[in-house]
Ligand binder design. Structure first.
Ligand code: NAD
Ligand code: DAU
Length: 331
């Protein structure tokens, strides 16, 4: 397959490109990435000779149309992805997530190219801690933040283009990813690199909020299964039964790093902070036979901590700027 991977210099996209080069050497990969603050050439250094990297915006209709015309399938990761940034600057999320997806859709429509749209469980809003339900593909959309509202908007555009124009597209909504190459603005890498730089970890509010953690390799494995075997028009929920409160993640992380599990600061909570996300992944397992491989969270977290320890040159240049931004917000 000739694959066009948008946002391939970001966290999940770069891991997807690495896995593709390793496991599907017959594929050709073109990455389209605007190299925003979240995109990093270094993340693709190990596959530099195996891929084509095009620096450009998914809103550049002419460029997108040209690259789509040369492809058999598009895997669309590109987005503004950080909830806190979307609260401070909602317009960037709207532009990248809604208009960017619209531009991709118009190009795949024109050229009859298969699309997989990568989305998030945050489109479903949040659950109470004791709610026995989990998100399924029939859960109504109820986004809370500018980020999740714009991702919801992009999903709805994909559904409409499938129905109205017969575009061959699938959508996946995945839970919180962790693993190597994740930007230090996000929860787990922020806390690991806080410890590594002599800062105290920062927990929003009381830390009771629950996220449903999945290793990035498992997410990408599921995306690959959907690309190969998913039914156009369908939505697939990806999760690994990994519900944990932020407090418990932080305490585990501190223990794995040889620190006192209470050695952290409580900081100002996020506005509109979603309480709990939980994915029911049974449909994906039943229909496509996908199963996560990283089922021991502590093992996955240990390996992630080791990766950040061993790859300081990758994250160090970003760290002080990110922390200065958080400090301004009291976080
Ligand atoms: P990321 O922020 O690490 O990377 C996003 C990438 O997209 C960056 O390389 C950035 O430069 C690029 N990009 C942003 N705007 C662009 C534009 N206008 N044109 C071209 N490229 C642009 O994000 P991530 O965590 O890797 O997330 C990738 C996708 O997966 C997103 O669509 C996100 O909504 C979705 N997702 C993320 C998670 C998670 O836990 N991180 C979970 C579920 C779904
Ligand atoms: O659920 C999938 C989503 O997961 C993706 O769609 C998003 O792109 C991705 O950023 C992530 O969103 P979250 O808001 O859940 O992730 P974040 O890493 O920002 O925060 C995880 C939890 O940790 C959340 O409850 C907020 C909290 N938090 C975060 C930071 C950065 C803290 O307590 N302290 C922190 O310093």
């Amino acid at each position: 397959m000739r694959l066009l991977v948008t946002g391939g210099a970001g966290f999940i996209g770069a891991n997807f490109v690495h896995a593709t080069v390793r496991d599907y050497p017959e594929d050709t990969v073109t990455v389209l990435d605007a190299m925003t603050y979240a995109g990093c050439r270094e993340s693709l250094a190990v596959v530099d000779d195996d891929i084509r990297l095009v620096e450009g915006d998914v809103n550049d209709a002419e460029l997108v149309a040209r690259l789509v015309a040369e492809s058999d399938a598009v895997v669309h990761f590109a987005a503004e992805t950080h909830v806190d940034n979307s609260l401070a600057d909602p317009q960037s999320s709207l532009r990248a997530n809604v208009l960017g997806t619209f531009t991709i859709l118009e190009a795949v429509r024109r050229h009859g190219v298969r699309l997989h749209h990568v989305s998030t469980d945050e489109v479903y809003g949040d659950l109470e801690l004791d709610d026995p339900r989990r998100f399924t593909e029939s859960t109504p959309y109820n986004p809370s933040s500018p980020y999740s509202a714009t991702k919801a908007g992009s999903d709805l555009l994909v559904r409409a283009w499938v129905r109205s124009y017969g575009v061959q597209a699938t959508i996946s909504n995945c839970s919180n990813n962790y693993g190597p190459y994740q930007h230090v603005e996000k929860f787990i890498p922020r806390q690991i690199t806080n410890v590594l730089t002599g800062r105290r970890p920062k927990l929003y509010g009381k830390g009771a909020n629950v996220r449903d953690w999945i290793h990035v390799e498992d997410h990408n494995d599921a995306v690959r299964s959907i690309l190969a075997k998913g039914q156009p028009g369908r939505t697939y929920l990806i999760g690994a039964e990994g519900e944990r409160s932020n407090l418990s993640v932080l305490r585990t992380l501190l223990e794995l790093m040889g620190r006192d599990p209470d050695d952290f600061d409580h900081v100002v909570d996020r506005a509109g902070h979603d309480l709990r996300y939980a994915i029911d992944p049974s449909a994906l397992s039943a229909e496509l036979g996908w199963k996560p491989k990283h089922i021991d969270f502590a093992d996955g977290l240990r390996a992630t901590i080791d990766w950040y320890r061993d790859n300081e040159s990758w994250w160090r240049p970003l760290k002080d700027t990110v922390e200065a931004r958080y400090e301004k917000r009291g976080q």
